[in-house]
Design a protein around this ligand. Structure first.
Ligand code: PEP
Ligand code: MN
Length: 350
């Protein structure tokens, strides 16, 4: 439930609403907005009697959020949520950041070179997995802690903020020490224990759509993060399983405008996992920008043919450069722009 305050409601009015919600046995989440403040009521598992709140001074209206995902719903918050992962790298606004880098961190040389190449091409964040969820236990599992150290080094060298995946609860704490944006992968989208842990870490989270997840499943998983008090959540469409093996996944572009209607959270697109095919990444990356994506995450490697994971869907740096150039033109056509690369900013602390 959402208590919307009048434009001229005072801080005392808001405080009284919070007090009454707590007296009712629920938690209150005050949310100052550009126009007016709202106070969310959470902790209920069904309809709440709004009458003790409706009559309070300063209250304009009480809205019952009809969706099962509450805090993730547009009803809860009408303005887009902006998620800032580093100075100038903001998801959900007019600017569209592009995250790029290899599937996995493989060595110091590889990750630093990849970071320099994607930065030169216009990326505003570096991706790279240190803990990898692989279909086979015999496949490369990532460099683990060493991989995190190398990501921190790549950030010191280039200034690019880091996006990397946390696979389990213990690793999540280690990942949070290095990542500017913690990725929850498709396979873990419904790992609710992990979502609760990550929701409490206080860092922005990139939640990728599970390969058999509906849009509502995705938003319910986001709700787990929001319920822990973390509002810094970015969603990601990365393709879903289909009957057709022509592509690795079926890249669901409709998810982008759908989610934007249902939720205030930003949604980005991953055309690399979405297609699984290097030569399809450029057209589908362009299409995602045209569809309104709030960002892209793209696999790029200095030498994709030698990549230790996902090489077949990974772009050569020059292909990535072409994608960024095209993305700029397409973004301009829909009155948006691609976030300038971090080459113009000072390096973040490692
Ligand atoms: C990845 O980003 O490399 C990855 C494993 O993605 P997903 O969880 O979408 O498969
Ligand atoms: Mn990958």
């Amino acid at each position: 439930m959402l208590v919307v305050m009048n434009h001229d409601a005072t801080a005392e009015h808001v405080a009284r609403v919070v007090e009454v919600i707590e007296e009712m046995g629920y938690q209150a989440r005050p949310m100052p907005g550009a126009q007016r403040t709202s106070v969310g009521l959470v902790g209920n598992d069904g309809r709440v009697d709004a009458s003790p709140l409706e009559s309070l001074a300063g209250v304009a209206e009480v809205i019952h959020v009809t969706k099962p995902y509450k805090q993730a719903a547009r009803e809860w918050r009408q303005e887009n949520t902006l998620v800032t992962i580093a100075p100038g790298v903001v998801f959900g606004g007019r600017e569209i950041p592009i995250i790029a880098g290899p599937c996995s961190v493989e060595s110091e040389h590889q990750i630093v070179l990849a970071a320099q190449q994607v930065r030169a091409a216009g990326a505003s964040a570096l991706r790279g997995g240190a803990f990898k969820p692989r279909s086979s236990p015999y496949s490369f599992q990532g460099l683990g802690m060493k991989g995190l150290e190398l990501l921190a080094l790549a950030r010191r060298e280039t200034g690019l903020p880091i996006v990397t995946e946390a696979l389990d609860e213990e690793g999540a704490h280690r990942v949070a020490e290095v990542a500017d944006l913690i990725q929850v992968g498709a396979r873990n989208m419904q790992n609710y224990a992990l979502l609760k842990t990550i929701g409490r870490l206080g860092k922005p989270v990139l939640l990728k759509r599970g390969m058999a997840a509906t849009i509502v499943d995705l938003l319910m998983s986001a709700e787990y993060l929001l319920a822990e008090g973390n509002t810094q959540v970015i969603l990601c469409e990365r393709g879903i399983r289909s009957f057709d093996p022509s592509t690795r996944n079926l890249f669901d572009l409709t998810a982008i405008p759908l989610v934007q209607k249902l939720s205030h959270l930003p949604i980005i697109a991953d055309p690399s996992h979405g297609t699984g095919l290097r030569d399809k990444v450029l057209p589908m990356g362009r299409a995602a920008i045209a569809a309104g994506a709030d960002g892209l995450i793209v696999e790029v490697h200095p030498n994709p043919d030698r990549a230790m994971s996902d090489g077949g869907q990974t772009l050569f740096p020059e292909q990535f450069e072409r994608l960024v150039v095209a993305a700029r033109t397409i973004a301009a056509a829909i009155d948006r722009s691609i976030t300038p690369g971090s080459g113009t900013r000072t390096a973040a602390n490692g």
